[in-house]
Ligand binder design. Structure first.
Ligand code: KIV
Ligand code: ZN
Length: 457
C-alpha cells in the first residue's frame, strides 16, 4: 500500500510580485488573459494584485475575482485599515477571496523603513489581521523580511496573528538572503514554537537574489510548508521569485526526494510561459530551466545522436510533459551527421551515404562561420552541393513531396545505390579520456556513431 503524498498548494504571484519586476507591468485585459491561463494551469491561488496601489490594479483584481471562479483569488494589503478595506472591496465578489496582509518584522525594516518599535509592530500585525478576518474568512499574514528577523520575535508575531485569526502564515525570504538548510530550520522552529500552528498552513515565499529561491522553497516544503508562492518564468522583484515551473517539475521528476502532489497541469506550463513573455515583451532567458528555448534543445553531436536513439539519454522529462511540442535538434558546428541526416529528411531530402558525407563536410564549414544553421541555409547548401553541372547523375533526390510527408501521406522511398566502402577520417585509437574506441565495423550504424563521435563533440 502506498502512503498518500501530501498536497502542496501552489500560490501564483505572477500578477502581483511578478508584475512588480521592471518591464513586466500588465494592463487589466492582459492580467485577465493570464489569470485564465493560470486557471487552466491549475494553480490553487492567484494573487491578482495590490488593490490600493492604483485604480488600475484595483480594477484588475476586481475583474479577475468576478470571472475566475475556481482558484482562490488573493489581494495584497499593508497592515492598515485603508489597504485592507480596498483589498476587500476588490475581492468581495470572488468565489473564494483571500486578503493577504503583510508587515515587516526585521529590525532593519522596523528601524529604517517603518520607524516603529517591535511592540508597535506586534500590535499592528495583530490588529490588522483581526480587522481583515472581520471581513474575510481566509486571511494570510506575511512577516516581511522574515529571514532577517530575530526568530524569537518572529514567533511572537506569528503567535499573535494566529490568535487574531490568520489562516495562512507565509514566511518570506524578501531579499533572497537565506539558504536551504537555514530556511528549513526556520520553518521547523515555527512549527515547534507557534501556538495553534497545526490549524494554519505554512507557506514559503522565496526571492532569487542568490539563485536559491527554488532550492529554498523546496527545503521549506520538506520541513513542513504546505504552500509555495512562486511565479511563471520566475519573474519578480530584482532577481525574481521562485519559479513555478521549476518547483513543480522538481516534484514531478524527483518524487523519490520530493514526495508531494500539486494540482498543476504541467502540460500548460509552456503556454503560460509563452503568454507571459508575449504580454510583457520580456523574453525568457534561453537556458532557463523548463521554459527556456534551449531547455530541450540539443546541439552537441553525441547528445543529438543519443536523443535520437532514446530521449532518456539526455532528457529527464519529456518536452510534451511541460507542453513543449518536441525537443529540438539545433544544427550547429557541434552537430553530428545523424541529426543532419534527419533534418534533411524532414526537409524532404534523403541521401545516400556518400552524398550525406559531402553535405556534412560543407555543413560543418558553414556552421563554423554562422553558428546556427537554419533550414533555409541547409536547403541552399544542399542545392549548392549538387548543382547539375557538377554531377552527371543527381545524387540527391527530393522525396516527391515534403508537403505530403508533413501531412502524413506516405511517399515512395528512394532506393539508395550500393555504398562504396569508405574509410574513416583519421581514427584515433583512444577517445579524449584515453579509453579505447569501439572497433569500427562494416555496419552503417556503428560507422555513423563513430563519425559522430569524431566530428560532433
Ligand atoms: O517578498 C516579500 O516579502 C513579499 C511580501 C509582500 C509577501 O512579496
Ligand atoms: Zn516578494
Amino acid at each position: 500500500m502506498t502512503a498518500e503524498r501530501p498536497s502542496i498548494r501552489i500560490f501564483d504571484t505572477t500578477l502581483r510580485d511578478g508584475e512588480q519586476s521592471p518591464g513586466c507591468s500588465m494592463n487589466q485585459q492582459e492580467k485577465l488573459r493570464l489569470a485564465h491561463q493560470l486557471d487552466r494551469l491549475g494553480v490553487d491561488v492567484i494573487e491578482a494584485g495590490f488593490p490600493i496601489a492604483s485604480d488600475g490594479d484595483f480594477a484588475s483584481v476586481k475583474a479577475i475575482a468576478e470571472v475566475v471562479r475556481r482558484p482562490i483569488i488573493a489581494g495584497l494589503a499593508r497592515a492598515c485599515q485603508p489597504d485592507i478595506e480596498r483589498a476587500w472591496e476588490a475581492l468581495q465578489n470572488a468565489a473564494r477571496p483571500r486578503i493577504h496582509v503583510f508587515l515587516a518584522t526585521s529590525d532593519i525594516h522596523l528601524q529604517y523603513k517603518l520607524r516603529i518599535t517591535r511592540d508597535q509592530c506586534l500590535a499592528q500585525a495583530r490588529e490588522a489581521v483581526r480587522f481583515a478576518r472581520s471581513l474575510c474568512e481566509d486571511v494570510e499574514f506575511s512577516p516581511e523580511d522574515a529571514t532577517r528577523t530575530d526568530p524569537e520575535f518572529l514567533c511572537r508575531v506569528l503567535d499573535a496573528v494566529v490568535e487574531a485569526g490568520a489562516t495562512t502564515l507565509n514566511i518570506p525570504d524578501t531579499v533572497g538572503y537565506t539558504i536551504p538548510s537555514e530556511f528549513a530550520a526556520l520553518i521547523e522552529t515555527i512549527r515547534r514554537r507557534v501556538t495553534g500552528i497545526e490549524n494554519v498552513t505554512i507557506s514559503a515565499h522565496c526571492h532569487n537574489d542568490l539563485g536559491m529561491a527554488v532550492a529554498n522553497a523546496l527545503a521549506a516544503v520538506a520541513a513542513g510548508a504546505r504552500q509555495v508562492e512562486c511565479t511563471i518564468n520566475g519573474i519578480g522583484e530584482r532577481a525574481g521569485n521562485a519559479s513555478l515551473e521549476e518547483i513543480v517539475m522538481a516534484m514531478r521528476v524527483r518524487p523519490d526526494q520530493y514526495p508531494y502532489e500539486t494540482g498543476i497541469v504541467s502540460e500548460q506550463i509552456f503556454a503560460a510561459s509563452q503568454m507571459l513573455s508575449e504580454i510583457t515583451g520580456v523574453p525568457v532567458q534561453p537556458n532557463k530551466a523548463i521554459t527556456g528555448r534551449n531547455a530541450f534543445a540539443h546541439e552537441a553531436g553525441i547528445h543529438q545522436d543519443g536523443v535520437l536513439k532514446n530521449p532518456l539519454t539526455y532528457e529527464i522529462m519529456t518536452p510534451r510533459s511541460v507542453g513543449v511540442p518536441d525537443s529540438k535538434l539545433v544544427l550547429g558546428k557541434h552537430s553530428g551527421r545523424h541529426a543532419l541526416g534527419i533534418r534533411c529528411e524532414q526537409l524532404g531530402y534523403q541521401f545516400d551515404r556518400r552524398t550525406l558525407d559531402e553535405v556534412y563536410r560543407r555543413f560543418v564549414r558553414l556552421a563554423d562561420k554562422i553558428k546556427h544553421v537554419e533550414d533555409h541555409h541547409l536547403l541552399e547548401l544542399i542545392r549548392d552541393t549538387h548543382k547539375p553541372s557538377t554531377s552527371a547523375t543527381p545524387l540527391i533526390e527530393p522525396i516527391p513531396s515534403a508537403m505530403a510527408a508533413a501531412v502524413g501521406i506516405s511517399t515512395p522511398e528512394r532506393v539508395a545505390p550500393p555504398e562504396p566502402a569508405k574509410p574513416f577520417p583519421v581514427a584515433p585509437a583512444t577517445n579524449p579520456f584515453g579509453a579505447p574506441l569501439p572497433v569500427a565495423s562494416e555496419g552503417h550504424h556503428e560507422q555513423t556513431q563513430q563519425e559522430d563521435y569524431l566530428w560532433g563533440v
